[in-house]
Write a protein that binds this ligand. Sequence first.
Ligand code: ADP
Length: 441
Amino acid sequence: MALRVEHDIFVVRQRGREVAMAVGLEHQDQVRLATALSEVARDLLHAVGGADVIFAVDLDAQGPPQVRVDLAPVSPLPDGRYEPHSGAVARLVDMLGVVDREGDTVVRMSRRVPATAQALTPERLAELRAELASSAPGSALDELASQNEQLIAALDEVRSQRDELAVLNEELQETNRGVMALYNQLTEELEETNRGVVALYAELDEKSAQLRTASESKSRFLANVSHELRAPVTAIIGLSRLLADSASDPLTEEQAQQVGLIRSSATDLLSLVNELLDLAKAESGRLEPNWAEVDLRAVFGQLRGTLRALSTRPKVELVVEDPPPPGTVRSDEVLLAQVLRNLLHNGLKFTERGEVRMRAEVRDERWHLSVTDTGAGIAPELHERIFEEFYQVPGSTRIGGTGLGLPYARRVVRLLGGTLELTSEPGRGSTFTVTLPIGGG
Ligand code: ADP
C-alpha cells in the first residue's frame, strides 16, 4: 500500500485491522495493531511525506508466527531514526522500531499471533492474500464509523472494568470489616485469657499460702511428737540399764540379751527423735544461732578427740588438720560443731578403707571447711537428693541412719550464713564443704 495523503491513513489503519483479523489476532489486539499503525502512518506522512506499507507474516519454526508491518519511508528519516510521538504507541505491539531491510531503513512493528489461531500454512496465507486483495478498501467514512464502534466498545470495557472495581472495592471493604471483627474477637479472647491467668495466679498464691501453713503444721507436729517421745524413750534406756546392772537381780543369759536389744533399739529411737526435733526446730525458724567469735582450732581439736572413739575401722585413718590463722570465725560454736561432727560421722560410716580428712582454708574472705573421704562416693544425679529429708542412697541403708543428718546440716549452715556443697566421684570418695563468711552470716 502507498501512504501519500491524509486519507491513506484511514485505509492503512483499516487494512491493518483486516490483516490482523485474518491471521487470527484477538479483537483487542486487532484494535491495538490498527491504532499503532495509524499513529505511525500519521507520523511518517508528516515527517517524510509518506511511506510504502507492506503487511507480512513471519513463519518461525521455533516460535509462534508474527504478523509484521513494514513502512518504508519515501524520503530518508531525519538522522535515520524514528521515535513515536507518544511512548504509549510502542506498548500496543510487541516490537516497534527502525530496522535495516536490504540496505533500506524501514519502520517495523510486529505482534505475535496467538497459539489458538488457525495454523498459518503457506497455502492458508495465499488464501488470505487473495481474500484481502478482492475486498475493496472502504472509505474514510467507513473507517471512521468502525473507529467509532471500537471507541464505544472500549468505553464499554472501561465501564465494566469500573463496575468490577466497584465490586472489588465492596468486597475489600467487606473483608476489612471481617478482619476488624476478627481482631475485636481476638482482643476480647485475649482479655478473657488474661483474666483467666490472673485468676490462676490468685489461686496459686492461695495454694502456696495453704502449703506454707501445712508445712508449718507438719514442723509443729514433728516437734511436739518428738518432744513427747523423748522422755519415755530416755526412761526405757535408763530402765534397761538398771535391769542389766550388776547390782540388780541377775538375769538369765536370754533375758540379758533381750534387755540389750531393748536398750540398743531405744538408743536408736532416741537419736531419731533428737534428729527430728532438731530438724523441726530448724524448719520452724525457732533455731536462733548464738553468735560469737568461734575458735576453729578448739572446735577441730574437740572433734578430733570425740570422733576418734567412733572410728573403729583399723583400715580408716581419721585426720583433722589444724586450721590456719586467723583460726576464728563469727558463728555459733555448738551448731557448727554439730554440722562438722555429722559430716565426719558420715565419712567414717561410709568409708571402708583409706582416710577421712577434715581441713580448713581461707579463700575469698570465706572459710572453706571440708570433710573428704575415700569411700564409695555418690553418683552425680543424687548430689541434691541426699539433702532431702529421709533420703538414703539405696544400699547404704544397712549401715543405719535416718536420712535426716544432711538436710539438717544444710539448714543450719544456711542459718549461719553459709553453704554446704558436695563434690564426689563415685568409687573415689566424697568431699562435703561448708563455706562460711569469716565475719559471720
Ligand atoms: P544418714 O547418714 O543418717 O543416712 P544423711 O542425711 O546424713 O543421713 O545422709 C543421707 C545419705 O547420703 C546417706 O544415707 C548416704 O546414703 C549418703 N551419704 C552421706 N554421706 C556420705 C558419704 N560421706 N559417702 C557416701 N554416701 C554418703
